[in-house]
Design a protein around this ligand. Sequence first.
Ligand code: NCD
Length: 364
Amino acid sequence: MSFRHLTQFDDLSMEDWDALYQQASDMIDHPEAYTDVCHGKISCNLFYEPSTRTNFSFQTAMMRLGGSVFGFADPNSSSVAKGESLKDTVKMVSGYADVVVIRSPKEGAAKAASLYSDVPVINAGDGGHMHPTQTLTDLTTIMRLRGSLDNLCVGLCGDLKNGRTVHSLITALARFQNIKFYLISPRELAIPHYMIDYMNAHEIRHVEVTNLDAVMPQLDVLYMTRIQKERFTDMAAYERNRGVYILTAKKLEKAKEHLLIMHPLPRVNEIAVEVDDDPRAVYFQQARYGMFIRMSLLKTLVAQGRKTPEPLPVGTLPVCHNSRCITQTELYLPPLTELVNGVECCAYCGHEIYPMEQIADEDV
Ligand code: NCD
């Protein structure tokens, strides 16, 4: 394996993905062979943001491997409520655990945690940025049910601005052959510029549309997402957009016979309950596959052992101007940037580093 932490899908090579998938597939077919492979290993789950599926599936994944789990699902029940920094929390728990799983409303939080952790860190969702283990779940689902990740026409529908699962999935599918995306969203919830730049740089075909019905007949995968209420600063904007796409049995009449209807869940109202009984609706199966690919990931990472990270310079100012970036609140973080296709970007949240005068308020 070429990776120590999983903060974004791009941390994985294609060989890493293949190995994780093959192992997960074997776990699905022969779960009894893995019940003890993480005996004595401990995972720490730091959930700074609400979660049901991701937290439960990480917990059950570790339990099914014979390991144990501790952590919090509500930061107010920990020293975080007393003002403890992310660095101190992570440094401390990485002394207790063999792997740290972190979910945070702050973009780049997992990357920041990985700089200070003595054990591997897994990003379980960082704000509106990335969600690589949901992506592993999504790829596993398509592979198991379709047999290939090449030659797909994928409709991504809903809140593409704030939906981190969509951003992660695009970066992953960009690695495969002959992928075309229909980006279906209201204009004010369109995919962020940095994702368009990413698709252009990787020569990924993509079309932005507002109408789901018009593209339905062409889709091999329809990936529905929730309007991300908690990421809105303007509730009127949320009200304008909630319920804008509702998938019904009637709308599916025009869809392909072998369409895969996926959703990271939780669903609010964007898929009518009547659709659940359509054989093309695979979202609950998708959630179950997520547990197996997380088992595969945990087994791989806990085997890596402890390693003290290199000392880093101490920062004083935020690296970037994204108001949701972890560097806005954890001011000691080193000011790391990286060049993405010649553009200087924040190494934590991926946003372009704009000169001060170009900064516009991007919040909805
Ligand atoms: C997603 C998330 O948290 O980003 N859910 C999940 O992890 N399965 C999607 C969402 O919250 O809408």
